[in-house]
Design a binder for this molecule. Sequence first.
Ligand code: CMX
Length: 466
Amino acid sequence: GKDLKSTLISIIPERKEAFLKVKKEYSDKTIGELTVGQCLGGMRGTKSLYWESSVLDPNEGIRFHNKTIDECQEFLPKSKHEIGDKLSIFLPESMFWYLLTGQVPTQEQVNAFSKELAEKAELPAYCEKILDSLPSTLHPMTQMSIAISALNHDSLFAKAYEKGIAKADYWEYVFDDVINLIAKLPAIAGKIYQNTYKTDILKSKNTSELGQLNKDQDWSYNIASFLGMTEKDSLNINNFSTTESKDFVNLVRLYCALHGDHEGGNVSSHATHLVGSALSDPYLSYSAGIQGLAGPLHGLAAQEVVRFITTMKEKLVGNGDKLPSDEKIVEYLWSILNSGRVIPGYGHAVLRKPDPRFKAMLEFGLARPSIAENDIFFQFVHKLSQVAPGVLTEHGKTKNPYPNVDSGSGILFYHYGIKETLYFTVIFGCSRALGPLNQLIWDRILGLPIERPKSIDLATIAKLSK
Ligand code: CMX
């Protein structure tokens, strides 16, 4: 079978023709109107961004090229080492292939793509040096954005652009940069974890690395390995059994595949697309996306849920390992709401039903007895998803009383030993590369221009609204 780039090349003419047709025939047609409320209110609901790979439906949640999460779980290829294993999860690299091309890769194509990513995974020495020089008190997301923007040193697009290339050729260099960047994220994530939290362990074991790259393994396996959290290829810092090691790798796969793309308007995706429109290379563009993901209203929400759940458990059952009664939980939720705080992990700006990504994360835990039966924090998450919607509905404020994606993911990573809450968003940062960087390639294929919306002052707004 063809590799990813050749597959992409084969579909470009058709997609380009469709794009140009719509642009030519409908450019002066109206697809919505703009209210003052939207202009002053975060541009909610303004249909003003082009994004191909996913669409968010308020009731159904995200669809990738029109397929639901459940469907993607059925047809996207898994690791070649775990074919036929019911608990194994499809690969984020399968998802990237699908997002970029709209086609489902064969098992062989994904095997080769995983291998290509592993072969390009190593960080250049200067990037390691930069990461090693950062204070361990620097937020992990700041470290991540520094490392990614530093890689612009090796951008093939930036170099070619400097020499002079035709506009029609931009995308090829952007494509190569994107693959290189995605390939290097596991090593970046691992180095940050190691430098920020695990220097003592390294010292005590007299070694300089938590884990190694395994070129015969997939991208998520290598994330887990660089975190020191596989049974083989790493220090196995949490003493995982074979099953736990496999399950953790599958958690990384599931999390990364599902959090990759969520339309174009969320802050990290929009920022990547905007900065890329100035022809900044993919490293600079995605480092801007990472900086947006680092905001508490965006990527950091998962860490808030973990704090919320662990505090609630502490307050309601102390060191106990049995859930309290539903009444006790309901009472606790009301005490939070009555003190003017929000229930983290519930509500959404666009969604009006339970987030299917939450359902997928929940099912991951429910399928594993060690989590479903023995992890009280997970049991709290599960119970809350049954109890909180009723309380929030009675409270009557939120437009969506259901759990959102952040409700379940953090506590699963917590289960496997990532207790450093500030670190969660770095794994989100590995995942989020898939959506925005696939669109960035298409932005250059289709020759989208620099973005430059019109801004206006208050007097003009008042005048125009008369
Ligand atoms: N608990 C209590 N009150 C809530 C609530 C919650 N979980 N979610 C919304 N509300 C309240 C809002 O604070 C707002 O109150 P005011 O009118 O007093 O300001 C009212 O309900 C209406 O809000 P909304 O229109 O339903 O929601 P928004 O689009 O304004 O905000 C969101 C969406 C996610 C920020 C909000 O639901 C929230 O704060 N949730 C908790 C934090 C959280 O889980 N964030 C992660 C979101 C997932 C993601 O995008 O990654």
